[in-house]
Ligand binder design. Structure first.
Ligand SMILES: C[S@@+](CC[C@H](N)C(=O)[O-])C[C@H]1O[C@@H](n2cnc3c(N)ncnc32)[C@H](O)[C@@H]1O
Length: 168
């Protein structure tokens, strides 16, 4: 069985991981965007990163004290409890678990044909608590966003980091 066979479609292209510097830049940009919404990442924050890859962003979140877990079909960083192997289409978490979900590079156009993005977005919405946020970095969604994820004021669907809020 291939390392990627964790259920769902097995196709995952060869991913290019972000450099440590670009992950740092992403954190700074994301924190600024969250700050504008009055949100701070700290010890009280319960977060999930989907497509966490090498786990570099997870590490930066941990350094801020955030209670964080990553899920990737092909994790290349530290394994459980920080980073779990799994598919976004079938997240093994209860409804309403997370304050915030992060992603970067998981909805790229070249996987659009191969993955059920609708299901992936529905799963993100399911595991977010009502009022929780989804920070989607440099994403192009090829499918409509679920109705219970509302784009936050000040971000646009095509911006570098659109932020969605789960409404009940
Ligand atoms: C372009 S890489 C980005 C990795 C990391 N976020 C970064 O910025 O360096 C995309 C990651 O998403 C993961 N991925 C893509 N589709 C997935 C899915 N449906 N379920 C779980 N992981 C997925 C891949 O295995 C890969 O690690």
């Amino acid at each position: 069985m291939s390392d990627l066979d964790v259920g769902g479609p097995s196709y995952i292209p060869n991913w290019e991981d972000s450099s440590p510097q670009s992950v740092k830049n992403r954190m700074e940009y994301t924190e600024r965007a969250l700050h504008r919404l009055g949100v701070t990442l700290d010890e009280k924050t319960v977060a999930l990163e989907i497509g966490s890859g090498k786990g570099l962003f997870l590490k930066l979140l941990e350094e801020k004290g955030v209670q964080v877990v990553g899920v990737d079909a092909h994790p290349r960083g530290p394994r459980e409890p920080t980073q779990m192997k799994g598919r976004v289409e079938d997240l093994r978490f209860a409804d309403n678990t997370f304050d915030i979900v992060f992603s970067a590079g998981v909805f790229d156009a070249d996987v659009y044909e191969q993955q059920d993005q609708q299901k992936m977005l529905q799963e993100i919405a399911r595991v977010l608590r009502p009022g929780g946020l989804y920070a989607a970095y440099v994403e192009v969604f090829g499918v409509p966003i679920p109705e219970n994820l509302k784009l936050m004021p000040g971000t646009t669907r095509r911006s570098l980091s659109p932020i969605y809020q789960k409404v009940a």
